[in-house]
Structures are given as structure tokens and as C-alpha cells.
Design a protein around this ligand. Structure first.
Ligand SMILES: Nc1ncnc2c1ncn2[C@@H]1O[C@H](COP(=O)(O)OP(=O)(O)OP(=O)(O)O)[C@@H](O)[C@H]1O
Length: 313
């Protein structure tokens, strides 16, 4: 059974203007999106800034309201806040944010920060509480000393690992990780990602992993959706997206991954230029007359692309 199923999700923000502050238009932040995450699966949502990724993440955890559409959790409709509450959804679904410093309470020591969900959701206290906090810190490579420090006493990467430990404390079924490593430098990114992967394997937690960088999610996600202008332009398995990209926007994101091998840099630059040329030549291949991304069309059992029939490449 699927853990999360999102059906035709729309999140439209009103734009107000004028003396009476009337609604004059809408931002179509999420414009008819469908996807499914299975238990223990890691699903990647990739796109440039403003494409609507965070809005999807926030709507899934209940921080933003859907304009229309449905979110199903283990087969039950949780679009409505009351049902979320009844189903313990707020315990089962946790979020990790990009800004690790502001997402951890600066006045509390790490012990308190991690103990709070354990007290609220698991009713742990005394030695059991203490042991579980330390166990969670150990899981993300931190020792007991860390429990008695404040968030500002850690590096960004360590704080993000603490964020992971706190998210895991409620025994969640799904973690929504919104750009969890973009604020970190490359070597630390890999370390935090490895801890997330370890946790996913050990606890069988599903991930909705949000990033603007296809390079970052490569080792993390089994399935990916490439998002642009509020819609999905390409959906598929890791192999579909990295080895057989079809939409020009996916190709542009792949070309944006820096080439580490000096020998291949020139070829990489040329390929990038070629993709840009292809994109600028005829944009009607990718957008309809209203500038919207075309609906997705299935091209293999697992692979979907938003291209009109005759535009398939
Ligand atoms: N509360 C809000 N009110 C109005 N517009 C909003 C609101 N939140 C987001 N938007 C708009 O919705 C669109 C999608 O924003 P969103 O944050 O989901 O994109 P994103 O892909 O996550 O970008 P980023 O990676 O920069 O966070 C943007 O045009 C943004 O300006």
C-alpha cells in the first residue's frame, strides 16, 4: 500500500492589490500534481527556486492548505486537519528544514530539544528518556556530550544531524526534508546525506526529499519528480531521470551538475551550450500557448514526460 498518495494537488496563493486589498490574481505555486510514496521509499522532488517544491512539502505536512486535491495517508484522506489529528499524522510525518539554526530552539539544550517529542508522543521519562536521547544522538554520529550543549555550539552539519535525530524521535513513517543540505559545504553535505540514508535503511522511514540540485539526490532517491512552474515536467525512476532524460528542463538540471573530472570539462561545457541552444530555439515544444507546462504523458512503465506527442525527443 502507498504511504502517501497526492492526487491532483493545487495550492494557489492569492495576490492582493489596490486600496481595498482585493484579490487580483493567484500564484499557481502547485498546479495539479500527482505522486505516490511507498513505505520506506525515498522520493525526490527537484526543481529551481520558485518551482513549488517547498509548497508541496509544507502542504504534505499540513503547514499549508491545499486549494484543491487530495492527500491520502495509508489509504485515508488527510487533506483535512481534523483527520490528520485523529490518525496521529503529526507524529508519523516529520519535517527537516534547510536552516538548521532557526529550526532548533536556541534557548534549549540538545537534550531538551530531542526529549520533547519523546515525552509528548512516546511518554518516555527518567532513564528510558535519557537512554533514548543518547541513542538517537549516537545514530547520527554524536556522543553524549552533545546533549548538554546549545544549538549555537555546533557546526551547520552537526546541527542538521541533530535535526535528523529529532525528526526520528517520534518514530515517523515519513520525513519531509526540504533542502536539508543546501546550506552546507560539499564535504559536509555527503556526511549528512549518509546519515539520512543510514536512518532510512535502519528504520524503514520514507523520505520526501526536496532539492534544487539533481547531483545531491542521486544517491538518496529511488523515484524522482522534476518540477517546473508548479507542475511536474518529468517523473521516473533514478535510471529514467539520470540515464534517459527526456524533457529539456531535466537535461538543463543535469547539465548544471559540475563536472569533477578535468578531462571531461570541455565536453561538458559544449553539451551545456547545446542544451541551452535547443531550449531557446523553440519553447513551444515545452510550454503550451498560456506558458504552462504540458500534461505528463507515459513513455514507459515508470517514465512520464510533459511533452506533446509530436515533440517527443
Ligand atoms: N505564502 C505565500 N504567499 C504567496 N506566494 C507564495 C507563498 N509561498 C510561496 N509563494 C510563491 O509560490 C511559488 C512557489 O514557492 P515555493 O517556495 O514552493 O518554491 P520552491 O521551489 O520551494 O523555491 P525555493 O527553493 O526557493 O524555496 C513562488 O512563486 C513563491 O513566490
Amino acid at each position: 500500500m502507498s504511504l502517501i498518495e497526492v492526487k491532483n494537488l493545487n495550492v494557489h496563493y492569492p495576490i492582493r492589490s489596490g486600496f481595498f486589498n482585493r484579490i487580483t490574481d493567484y500564484v499557481y505555486a502547485v498546479d495539479g500534481v500527482d505522486f505516490e510514496i511507498k513505505e520506506g521509499e525515498s522520493y525526490g522532488l527537484i526543481g529551481e527556486s520558485g518551482s513549488g517544491k517547498s509548497t508541496i512539502g509544507k502542504t504534505v505536512v499540513g503547514l499549508e492548505k491545499a486549494t484543491s486535491g487530495q492527500i491520502m495517508y495509508q489509504g485515508q484522506d488527510i487533506t483535512n486537519a481534523k483527520t490528520r489529528h485523529k490518525l496521529n499524522y503529526n507524529q508519523d510525518v516529520q519535517m527537516i528544514f534547510q536552516d538548521s539554526l532557526s529550526s532548533l530552539n536556541p534557548r534549549k539544550k540538545i537534550f531538551e530539544i530531542i526529549a520533547e517529542p519523546l515525552q509528548n508522543f512516546e511518554n518516555l521519562e527518567g532513564k528510558a528518556l535519557h537512554d533514548r536521547v543518547i541513542e538517537l544522538l549516537n545514530t547520527v554520529g554524536l556522543d553524549e556530550d552533545a546533549a548538554y550543549k546549545f544549538p549555537y555550539q555546533f557546526s551547520g552539519g552537526q546541527r542538521q544531524r541533530i535535526g535528523v535525530a529529532r525528526a526520528v524521535a517520534t518514530n515517523p513513517k515519513l520525513i519531509v526534508a526540504d533542502e536539508p543540505v543546501s546550506a552546507l559545504d560539499l564535504s559536509v553535505q555527503a556526511q549528512v546525506l549518509n546519515y539520512m540514508k543510514k536512518i532510512q535503511r535502519e528504520y524503514g522511514i520514507g523520505f520526501l526529499f526536496i532539492s534544487h540540485d539533481l547531483g545531491v539526490v542521486h544517491h538518496m532517491c529511488d523515484h524522482l519528480a522534476i518540477m517546473h512552474r508548479g507542475r511536474f515536467v518529468e517523473v521516473g525512476t533514478k535510471e529514467d531521470i539520470y540515464n534517459n532524460p527526456q524533457h529539456i528542463y531535466t537535461k538543463r538540471l543535469l547539465a548544471a551538475i559540475p563536472e569533477v573530472d578535468v578531462k571531461n570539462r570541455k565536453q561538458h561545457r559544449m553539451k551545456r551550450r547545446q542544451i541551452e541552444k535547443e531550449f531557446n530555439e523553440d519553447q513551444s515544444k515545452y510550454y503550451d500557448k498560456d506558458g504552462k507546462v504540458y500534461p505528463l504523458r507515459q513513455i514507459s512503465e515508470t517514465h512520464f514526460v510533459a511533452l506533446p506527442e509530436e515533440g517527443g525527443q
